[in-house]
Design a protein around this ligand. Structure first.
Ligand SMILES: C[S@@+](CC[C@H](N)C(=O)[O-])C[C@H]1O[C@@H](n2cnc3c(N)ncnc32)[C@H](O)[C@@H]1O
Length: 384
């Protein structure tokens, strides 16, 4: 092992014209793939050098050379490999490609990473997969085994086995560390009072029944507006409390129903402003023909409040501290006022902020469900 040749000692910058592609290279790089490599270089940098012999004959990296040309580079990083015989050099042209091809993806870990990158707004086109491949890879998984290998995706969603004999009964109050969990009817003011024990909530995030489409254990929702009024009359909110309510679409007789209209008006009559409306992006649509409409892959989240609150910027900005959004004359490309000027709130003349607000599209894919993702449309993540 000690006589292995180490490329770290042989890394050089070479003018692009010094390199000579192998005229019998059996590996084909079509223009679309070259464009993808160029896109990847623009994002990640030129992080894998080209391998060439001492005379510039390329041993590995023909696609990288084409991409570098496409990007207009004049120099490229090269590892000069001069310890190979002519025969070995030609053999390695094949081995370099074929050895990589013979590894495979762990579909579950790959899907987890893809969804994670997607939720962080990373442009998945830069990864080299086609749009159709991404759709396939990110579609709900079919096995219900937990993630193998202890990858970090899934760790936060470790769900304990339910007890064979559930012990929770109506009226139970569970004290779980600093959390309180009450088993009861949300329309019952006494239930809310017992849960809150005199405290007021800063945030309420709830997912009530979606209209009267399902027969829940309560025996069905006869009058949805009445149920909603019952629940939202009792909100134990602090004056600056924020209320977020998740609702999905219902279709009936070939149409989606605006079943929330009456309730929205009633909320306003109680002083709750329709402050925000968000989209919960649940990942690729569920299987099925859906009567010919597009496969469901989102739900709505209604955000109400009575008072605004200080913006909580928690998402790190990729270009923090940079000024790439400024034009050459120093003007911001940010949103303009009707008179054409850029206001301070859109960061006129400033570099990109360190942190920004979360998006109004909440990206939590159903793949997190592991096993019930095609049975239940609204799979909530579990956070410890
Ligand atoms: C759309 S589902 C949301 C499920 C929830 N997000 C979860 O992950 O379990 C609506 C839930 O509201 C419950 N529900 C219906 N009427 C209720 C009431 N009066 N009080 C409390 N929960 C009720 C149903 O049993 C159902 O579990």
């Amino acid at each position: 092992m000690t006589d292995l040749s180490f490329i770290a000692d042989r890394l050089e910058r070479r003018p692009i014209g010094w390199l000579r592609p192998f005229d019998r290279n059996p590996r084909v790089h079509d223009p679309e793939q070259v464009a993808r490599i160029a896109g990847s270089m623009a994002e990640f940098g030129f992080v894998v050098p080209i391998l060439a012999d001492g005379r510039g004959n390329i041993i590995a990296g023909h696609g990288r050379l084409l991409a570098a040309e496409r990007l207009g580079l004049s120099e490229v990083p090269v590892v000069v490999v001069d310890h190979l015989s002519e025969t070995q050099r030609r053999a390695y042209v094949i081995a370099d490609n074929q050895l990589t091809l013979s590894s495979r993806w762990d579909d579950e870990l790959l899907a987890g990473l893809l969804h994670e990158l997607n939720s962080q707004n990373f442009d998945l086109d830069l990864l080299g997969f086609s749009a159709a491949q991404l759709d396939d890879l990110m579609a709900p998984l079919e096995d219900d085994e937990p993630a193998a290998g202890g990858g970090d995706d899934g760790a936060e969603d470790e769900v304990p086995e339910p007890a064979a004999q559930p012990v929770s009964r109506l009226g139970d109050l569970w004290l779980l560390g600093e959390h309180r969990l009450f088993c009861g009817d949300s329309t019952d003011p006494a239930a809310a009072a017992r849960l809150m024990a005199g405290d007021a909530a800063a945030l309420l995030f709830t997912s009530p029944p979606y209209g009267n489409q399902r027969d829940y254990t309560t025996g069905g929702i006869g009058d949805w507006d009445r149920l909603m009024r019952g629940v939202f009359t009792n909100l134990p909110m602090a004056p600056e409390g924020q209320v977020l309510v998740n609702l999905g679409l219902i279709h009936r007789d070939g149409e989606w129903l605006p079943y929330w209209n009456g309730w929205l008006e009633w909320m306003r009559s109680q002083g709750w402003r329709r402050f925000g409306l968000y989209c919960w992006d649940q990942g690729p649509g569920l299987p099925g023909d859906w009567g010919g409409r597009f496969a469901p892959s989102f739900e709505l989240v209604f955000h109400f409040n009575k008072k605004g609150r200080k913006p909580n910027k928690i998402v790190p900005c990729k270009y923090a501290g940079q000024d790439t959004h400024l034009r050459a004359d120093g003007h911001s490309t940010a949103m303009r006022k009707p008179d054409g000027s850029v206001g301070e709130w859109t960061h006129a003349g400033q570099t990109t902020q360190e942190f920004r607000l979360p998006d109004s599209v909440i990206r939590i894919g159903r793949h997190k469900a592991r096993g019930i993702e095609v049975e239940h449309p609204a799979v909530f993540p579990v956070y410890g």
